[in-house]
Design a protein around this ligand. Structure first.
Ligand SMILES: *Cc1c(COP(=O)(O)O)cnc(C)c1O
Length: 392
């Protein structure tokens, strides 16, 4: 028999990548409370509260709003496999990794998938989507609101109008946007939306908040075929979350405590305050980086506050900087993916991580490493520029 490993003792990191993000200490504490049964009256009360808080967070009155027991990709999969039947036409807007993933999931669900594409870092205009909708006449349009692989922020409201004028339904990926910027499900007329617990909600990975409009629920209830996934069948999940409380699967009780506390903290802070905090820290980081000549990869005017994708300066070793940030300072940032591999750093300011301590720690650590790499810049300039934002 091999020897028993020591009790685990994870290092304390500052999580400034594309997720998971820094967890709020109150969320970790909530998760360590005693586990009750998944049909315990206490837990049922927590579920009701969580559902109502998720509606407030999504800014919706959709009855079918709850959390799928798995990560954001499961929210994507639940949304698609419940709405889409084999042969349905789905138009996916692809400008990064997560649009590609939606295309893959829709294809596996038997959809006839068509895509429109934009170069990485750019976003779609409502006209582009309208032209594609007119040409292809899809039943569903899928789009990523905050493309975590590129840092680009896709406007949704105008596109939603185009989609609905054509009689189609709009599916939105809000995994990275929810909790960090306005996501207004009812006002923007979004039919199906999914998110994840570990980005701007400051909770560990493991739950995926979802919400479906009346139109989407009608589509689900009028399917010709059974949903191919048993675990993600939304009508069965709704019977557990709804008043019937029919056992479906054992809910991850302590994860739900965590999400309950995480969403509660956001609502207690106030949505507007929370979004303003994300914007301010993003701005401080952005002017700080500009002061040492480091610039954003996403289109100007469409840069996400919570995910800052910046170009690695010429002559600087991408991987060496990231690994030294982690090993010397305990800071995790993300590497570039796909078209941005080796060219971009992805710096997350998500949820609890969107605070001045993280911005200033990161900038000073980065200056030290850039100096060691022989990169030429004015020492201290990034910190002075960021501080000017905080003091203004
Ligand atoms: C992280 C992410 C996902 C996938 O979520 P997981 O929790 O990793 O499964 C999907 N879409 C976007 C935009 C994301 O950032």
């Amino acid at each position: 028999m091999s020897s028993v490993p020591p009790s685990l003792c994870p290092p304390i990191r500052t999580l400034m990548g594309p997720g998971p993000s820094d967890i709020h200490p109150q969320v970790l504490e909530a998760m360590s409370r005693s586990t009750v049964g998944h049909l315990d009256p206490f837990y049922l009360e927590i579920m009701d509260q969580l559902q109502q808080m998720l509606r407030d967070l999504f800014q919706t009155s959709n009855a079918m709003t709850f959390a799928v027991s798995a990560t954001g990709s499961a929210g994507m999969e639940a949304t698609i496999v419940n709405l889409v039947e084999p042969g349905d036409k789905v138009l996916v807007c692809v400008n990064g990794v997560f649009g590609m993933r939606m295309t893959d999931v829709a294809g596996r669900a038997g959809a006839e998938v068509v895509t429109i594409e934009r170069p990485w870092g750019e976003v779609f205009t409502a006209e582009e989507v309208q032209q594609a909708v007119e040409k292809h006449q899809p039943k569903f349009i899928g789009i990523v609101m905050a493309e975590t692989s590129t840092g680009a922020s896709q406007p949704i409201e105008e596109i939603s109008k185009t989609v609905h004028d054509a009689g189609a339904l709009l599916i939105v990926d809000a995994v990275t946007s929810l909790g960090g910027m306005p996501v207004e499900v009812d006002r923007w007329n979004i039919d199906a939306i999914y998110s994840g617990s570990q980005k701007c909600l400051s909770c560990p990975p493991g739950l995926s908040p979802v919400s479906f409009s009346h139109r989407a629920v009608d589509v689900i209830l009028n399917r010709r075929t059974k949903v191919q996934s048993w675990y993600l069948d939304l009508t069965m999940l709704a019977n557990y979350w709804g008043s019937d409380r029919v056992y479906h699967h054992t809910a991850p009780i302590n994860m739900s405590y965590g999400l309950h506390e995480a969403v509660r903290l956001i609502l207690a802070e106030g949505l507007e305050n929370c979004f303003a905090r994300h914007r301010q820290n993003h701005l401080a980081l952005k002017v700080g980086l500009a002061a040492i000549d480091i610039h954003y990869a996403a289109q100007e005017g469409h840069q996400l506050p919570m995910l800052n994708a910046v170009r690695v300066p010429t002559g600087v070793d991408d991987a060496a900087v990231r690994s030294t940030l982690l090993n010397r300072f305990g800071i995790e940032i993300g590497a570039g993916l796909g078209a941005f591999k080796g060219k971009v750093w992805r710096i997350g300011l998500m949820g609890y991580g969107a605070r001045p301590e993280n911005v200033l720690l990161f900038l000073s650590a980065l200056e030290q490493l850039l100096g060691e790499q022989g990169y030429s810049f004015e020492a201290g300039a990034s910190i002075a520029a960021a501080n000017a934002v905080y003091s203004s």
